[in-house]
Design a binder for this molecule. Structure first.
Ligand code: GLN
Ligand code: ZN
Length: 759
């Protein structure tokens, strides 16, 4: 008999119960015991969903983040944490920081947050130094284990392995993280012993670093770790996911452990090799259900593949989702408004577990035992494959006509920039913003009422026009050079466009945790993408009619649209991206025809699409940049293309950024003190650039001297004729009373810089 298990279940709850409970607690409106009740109820509900599995994950639940949980488990919350607080409050303090207002003393900084491998989940970065000491604190994990056992579940504790834990953290001094391994291992050993005493049999120990490029030291660390940990009485299921093992394959097979889990969705081609290499006493868990996407699996074809493997492995074969289900929404059943065909093609966490169960039954008892389920699944797969909703011949035909020159501007930057300069006659150090202005309650109200049908088209139009009037007037008052319409009509930079494109669907409850209590609801690209009509032209044209200054057209780029959506799995991502690129290209051309002379195409998420392994980066960057170029470069020389990116790790992809060939790029820099610009010491960025000088994440108003200082740093690396002055990002989360003085300071600083230059 093969066994089934799950690597982790979404914690947030099918109605985001955890989010609301957390936020209520943080506002001081509920007590810790009340929060604990919600947490316990969620865990139990989630175990109920998983009860048909042979092994249920325990310890995957977290009040904020599983990496921070690990820090708590090994006694490594940041030193600055206030130890007088209750443990959970210390934990939240480490996660969120605390302002001086809350504390009436110096503020406590939150731990740094960064992306969990190549997902959109963010974890809290563990902090290390030469004197870091570890101490086991397994109470929570044990309590959850006992909780599950008391409900009669066969529980499998889940912990983040010691090597990945170190790998994910950051040394705050110049110590070597790996030097801490020797001190960390005894704590892990003790943890496993404690779990064994409590009755644990299998323990899932995650080492996702196995799918990254590891040097010898890190590989050796894995060997050292598992020689030690495998001596404990539990059975270890060493768990990797997200990408192929490649050069770590032999190591992963040979590390001392009772079993190995691999991602058989993203690395199916490695399965046979793993089976060949894996010692005969080891269990092999195959992650066959995609834990990162929301499509139904093709169960019949999976069985065709799995049956012979089952023959070979017998009981040693386990089945699971490819990775934790943290990255998909909870339950499709809630989606009452979704198109019924599309719904029939999807599977969220709960449905994925049903699929898993169905596969196990078919393997253990023959396909006939789940005949009806398999037939239904075959119908759904067939319906998606053949659906007219998915396949649009016009889009296909058009893709055939795309040639290389679609991505090519007519003239090189040096030439077209002269024409653009003559057209706009902008001063040195031109000032602009990134697009959005404060999203006031009035704006939200109006959008919401319109959505609900409580506000008619005309009144909504009027409301938005008034917002545009206000934004334009304020920008003129402040004296900015290039204006924006303010994006009042957009609630989200991807959703706004997705809703107007064919091939996109939206869920009501398809929430996925981004970090802590924050969730995102990625739209679903299910079919060929086509733009039925212009999406932004009216708003921009209206804004332009109100002023003599240029107003930027404002679009979201194809790569960002792709990276922030659930995408189809029946064609390469690059192909879907190209379809998006064509839709945006058409919009760009419509804007140009309307006389819009500057068009900004945001690529906030370009970096996020980078594959886990560097060896795969260039391939991604090539097609991503190509898609951007196709969307942007169908314009005349006199049209100025801007792009915007809101992050500062730039150094390793700068050549691809330059290859996008935008006339102007605006980027986030203010917090890093222009450190980011160091890359321009070595790399001669050819076009114009606006390094952000106003940190929009903070309510602080930047002062004129600070802005001048930052711009002067920038001017050391980039000729002043090619510099713009702008904030780090859009201003939608700020308030007008902050934005007005901040922009005024920016304009004043630019004025002073011009005077200095003239002198
Ligand atoms: N134009 C968008 C805005 O200003 C850009 C947002 C972003 O980069 N995340 O809101
Ligand atoms: Zn941004």
């Amino acid at each position: 008999m093969i066994s089934t298990h799950n690597l982790g279940f979404p914690r947030i709850g099918k109605r985001r119960e955890l989010k609301f409970a957390l936020e209520q607690y943080w506002r001081g409106e509920s007590s810790l015991p009340e929060l604990e009740v919600t947490a316990r109820t969620l865990r139990q509900t989630h175990w109920q969903y998983q009860q048909k599995l042979d092994w249920l994950p325990v310890g995957d639940f977290s009040l904020y983040d599983h990496v921070l949980d690990t820090s708590l488990l090994v006694g490594n919350l940041p030193d600055r944490t206030d130890r007088r607080l209750a443990e959970t409050d210390q934990y939240f303090q480490a996660a969120r920081g605390q302002s001086s207002k809350q504390l009436q003393q110096t503020p406590i900084a939150a731990a740094e947050m960064t992306k969990w491998f190549d997902t959109n989940y963010h974890y809290l970065v563990p902090e290390f130094s030469a004197d870091t000491q570890f101490e086991l604190n397994a109470e929570r994990l044990l309590a959850q284990f006992r909780e599950a056992v008391s409900h009669g579940f066969q529980a499998k504790p889940v912990i983040l392995g010691p090597v990945s834990y170190l790998w994910l953290g950051k040394a705050k001094d110049d110590s070597r993280k790996l030097d801490l391994l020797a001190d960390l291992l005894p704590v892990y050993e003790q943890c496993l012993l404690t779990l064994a005493e409590a009755g644990a049999d299998w323990v899932q120990i995650d080492e996702p670093v196995l799918s990254t490029e590891l040097d010898q030291d890190w590989q050796h660390a894995l060997t050292q770790a598992y020689f030690a940990l495998n001596k404990t009485p539990v059975r270890l299921l060493l768990t990797s996911y997200f990408a192929p093992l490649r050069e770590n394959l032999n190591l992963a097979c040979e590390l001392p452990a009772a079993g190995l889990h691999i991602d058989a969705v993203n690395a199916r081609e490695e399965v046979i090799k793993v089976i060949d290499w894996l010692p005969a006493h080891k269990t092999l868990s195959l992650g066959v259900i995609n834990g990162r996407n929301i499509w139904k699996s093709d169960l019949n074809s999976l069985l065709d593949w799995l049956e012979p493997l089952h023959q070979r492995l017998g009981d040693r074969l386990w089945l699971a989702p490819s990775c934790s289900l943290l990255h998909v929404p909870v339950d499709l059943e809630q989606e009452k408004e979704l198109d019924s065909d599309i719904k029939n093609w999807l599977a969220f966490a709960v449905q994925k577990l049903d699929e898993l169960n169905c596969l196990a039954l078919a393997l253990n008892h023959g396909r006939d035992s789940v005949k009806a389920e398999l037939a239904q699944n075959a119908d759904a797969i067939q319906s998606r494959r053949a659906s007219e909703k998915v396949h649009n011949p016009q889009v296909r035909d058009r893709l055939q006509t795309v040639t290389e020159d679609w991505g090519q501007r007519r003239s090189a930057y040096a030439e077209r920039s002269k024409i653009q300069r003559a057209r706009h006659a902008l001063p040195l150090f031109p000032t602009t913003t990134i697009g959005s202005f404060p999203q006031t309650t009035a704006i939200r109200q109006s959008r919401l009422q319109y959505r609900r049908g409580e506000l008619d088209e005309q009144s909504y139009q009027r409301d938005m026009q008034q917002q545009i009037e206000y934004a334009i007037a304020e920008q003129e008052k402040v004296g900015l050079d290039v204006l924006v319409h303010g994006e009042a009509e957009r609630n989200d930079m991807v959703e706004y466009f997705g809703e107007q494109l064919e091939g996109y669907a939206f869920t009501r409850f398809g929430w996925v945790q981004s970090y802590g209590s924050r969730c995102v609801k990625p739209p679903v690209i299910f079919g060929d993408v086509e733009r039925p009509k212009a999406m932004t032209v009216e708003w921009i044209a209206y804004a332009q009619s109100l002023t003599d200054k240029p107003v930027k057209g404002m679009l979201t780029g194809p790569v960002t649209m792709l990276n922030w959506s659930f995408v189809r799995d029946d064609q390469p991502r690059s192909q879907t991206c190209l379809q998006l690129a064509l839709a945006i290209r058409d919009e760009v051309q419509n804007l140009e025809q309307q006389g819009v002379s500057i068009i900004q195409i945001d690529e906030a998420a370009l970096r996020e699409g980078l594959p886990l392994r560097r060896a795969d980066w260039q391939h991604y960057l090539d097609w991503a940049v190509n898609c951007f170029r196709i969307s942007a470069n169908g314009v005349k020389d006199e049209t100025q293309i801007h792009t915007h990116m809101c992050y500062s790790e730039f150094n390793d992809i700068i050549e691809s950024i330059a290859a996008m060939d935008a006339d102007v790029i605006t980027i986030e820099t203010s917090r890093s003190d222009m450190e980011l610009l160091d890359v321009f010491n070595a790399f001669d960025y050819p076009n114009e650039i606006g390094p952000g000088v106003y940190d929009i994440h903070s309510p602080n108003i930047p002062d004129v001297n600070q802005i001048r200082y930052l711009m002067e740093r920038a001017a050391e690396r980039i000729p002043p004729e090619r510099l713009w002055v702008n904030p780090d990002c859009g201003l939608k989360t700020r308030q007008w009373n902050e934005v007005k003085p901040a922009l005024a300071a920016m304009v004043q600083a630019a004025g002073e810089l011009r005077q200095d230059a003239a002198a």
